[in-house]
Design a protein around this ligand. Structure first.
Ligand code: ES4
Ligand code: ZN
Length: 328
């Protein structure tokens, strides 16, 4: 109880959060009814859906996550989804959040990019006004769809770049090394966009090297497989490259299966700039404070360490230097 009160008392930033991964089953079924889209879901009832949240690996999760997205059709749906997340974030005392969205998941189904971005953006403005939460939006490419599709998506997004802070790279990792996205990330850079990439979640340490060397990223998402490569850890430490780590995600997707606690302890014993995040909280069973709580309860993190980790999140954010100093 006192731990939860302590966590609630800390104003936090979240840097690794997929908006589609905040779709709670209740809202999923509400939107399915509203859009007459119940047939598009893999499960007929909310209970069945919840029972299916039992994953073996990243791919088994992604299958369900993409299936759930089928109910998102209008800009109002994206607004409702994002507002629901921001209200939930407020309950965890999140004051700044950097939100991923997967445009290709929606444009592939015929939802216009404009609906997706404008619906989310309207909620971001409302969230700032009524909840006091600042946020930015990161357009994430689906790596399994390849570099040409990513380039096409970036081109389509050009009219909306005023609403977008950066680009990311997510979805199925093994077999899809970051290097092939060099050209689209280079273009994003020339457009003035920040760059981040999922690397070393299920994929090897080599993928983290590639993201650093070929995509010129400002953060590595997950990156927990850096533990396989001592030289990589030293390089990440020296460059103060932030890792956006998501404990409950790694737990639910069986990354490092039985030895997650040990591996997380190793990670936290380095000088790496680690940040704590919730990834897809509606699927992994906990929002941001629950991710901190898991570390406290399973690794015995003390409160000073928690304060340090939360400061890292602001330091690694895309906030202005002024805003960072106000928060740390
Ligand atoms: C994701 Cl946990 C994770 N990994 C890769 N891609 C993703 N998209 C949404 N969640
Ligand atoms: Zn992620």
């Amino acid at each position: 109880q006192s731990v939860l009160r302590f966590l609630a008392s800390l104003p936090k930033a979240e840097l690794h959060l997929h908006i589609e991964g905040t779709l709670e089953p209740e809202l999923m079924f509400e939107l399915a009814q509203r859009n007459h889209a119940l047939d598009s879901l893999p499960c007929k009832t909310l209970q069945e859906m919840k029972a299916a949240y039992n994953f073996q690996d990243l791919q088994s999760f992604l299958n369900l996550y993409y299936a759930g997205c089928a109910v998102l059709r209008t800009d109002q749906d994206f607004y409702d989804l994002t507002m629901a997340y921001l209200r939930r974030a407020k309950a965890d005392n999140v004051v700044h959040t950097e939100i991923f969205f997967d445009p290709q998941t929606h444009t592939q189904r015929g939802v216009p990019l404009k609906c997706v971005i404008e619906g989310i953006h309207r909620a971001q403005e409302e969230g700032q006004r009524t909840l006091g939460i600042t946020s930015c939006l990161i357009l994430s490419f689906l790596r399994d769809l390849g570099p040409e599709a990513a380039m096409q998506t970036l081109n389509e997004a050009e009219p909306f770049l005023g609403h977008i802070t950066g680009v990311g790279l997510d979805s199925c990792e093994l077999g899809f090394p970051p290097g092939v996205f060099q050209e689209v990330f280079q273009k994003a850079k020339t457009l003035g966009l920040k760059r981040v990439a999922h690397a070393g979640e299920e994929g090897p340490a080599q993928y983290i090297w590639e993201a650093l060397q070929k995509l010129d990223v400002q953060r590595i998402d997950h990156g927990v497989k850096c533990l396989e490569d001592r030289k990589l850890i030293e390089s990440l430490e020296a460059s103060e490259m932030p890792l956006t780590v998501c404990p409950l995600s790694n737990l639910e997707l069986k990354v490092y299966s039985g030895e997650l606690e040990k591996r997380m302890s190793e990670l936290l014993s380095t000088d790496l700039c680690i940040t704590i995040n919730s990834d897809d909280p509606a699927y992994f069973g906990g929002y941001l404070n629950q991710n901190y709580l898991w570390l406290i309860q399973n690794l015995g993190l003390d409160s000073q360490r928690v304060v340090d980790l939360h400061a890292n999140s602001f330091r690694a954010s895309f906030l202005s230097q002024d805003a960072k100093t106000q928060h740390c």
